[in-house]
Design a protein around this ligand. Structure first.
Ligand code: SF4
Ligand code: SF4
Length: 211
């Protein structure tokens, strides 16, 4: 036998299975003092919090009036040093989002020495990054074997047109002036291989003895 609910005000004699149920009978109205004091109590709590924090140092930055002081290696945008790019396609192959577009053609570079072989080199026709797809993972920069890609901390290139986030090589190249200089080497560290190679004396061409 089921016990009547403690909030059920109906008597057992009146209750019938088909009688409409009073759906509001479990709702307890707030005490009148609580209803009136609620907004005032909330207002006082807000004022108390304001008074408590108004003398503390604020951590809010007033951007865009005050530019944020970002770490130099922040991932803002990717810059391209076009003269270093050999169009090897390594970055485009490794990009997980497939948002790198590279076109190139081959060019013949004539030999500088008589009898030497002409060389072939790739010339970049198009290098573009679609920043609406890019997830700023940095894989393209890590894998580039020729130091052609760099992080710049610049981030102010938001736009209302998503198509403007597809940046071509001229735009990517313009970011290079915002790339910070690399940090100094540690004391006692070996000289960078590029510097050592550049400071070597030029090789003298040996002449074959005439017979
Ligand atoms: S940062 Fe990552 S997602 Fe963006 S272009 Fe480079 S590899 Fe692709
Ligand atoms: S940016 Fe680097 S990895 Fe990408 S195509 Fe150019 S040289 Fe190759």
């Amino acid at each position: 036998m089921t016990q009547p609910h403690e909030n059920d005000t109906s008597t057992s004699g009146d209750a019938t299975p088909d009688a409409p149920r009073d759906l509001g009978r479990h709702v307890h109205p707030l005490p009148s003092s609580g209803r009136e004091a609620g907004p005032i109590r909330g207002l006082l709590a807000g004022m108390r919090t304001t008074a408590r924090t108004m003398t503390k140092k604020t951590s809010v930055q007033q951007y865009p009036d005050v530019k944020p002081d970002l770490p130099p290696r922040s991932r803002g945008v990717i810059a391209l040093l076009e003269e270093n790019c050999t169009a090897c396609m390594l970055c485009a192959r490794e990009c997980p989002d497939w948002c790198l577009y590279i076109d190139s053609h081959k060019e013949t570079v004539p030999s500088e020495t008589p009898g030497g072989r002409d060389r072939q080199r790739n010339v970049v026709d198009r290098f573009a990054i679609d920043f609406s797809l890019c997830m700023y993972c940095g894989i393209c920069i890590e894998v580039c074997p020729f130091d052609a890609l760099f992080w710049s901390p610049e981030f102010e290139y938001a736009t209302n047109d998503i198509r403007d986030l597809l940046q071509e090589k001229d735009e990517l190249g313009a970011w290079m002036r915002t790339v910070p200089a690399p940090p100094d080497l540690d004391d006692g560290a070996p000289e960078a291989a590029e510097v050592a190679a550049a400071s070597k004396p030029a090789r003298v061409q040996r002449r074959r003895p005439t017979q």
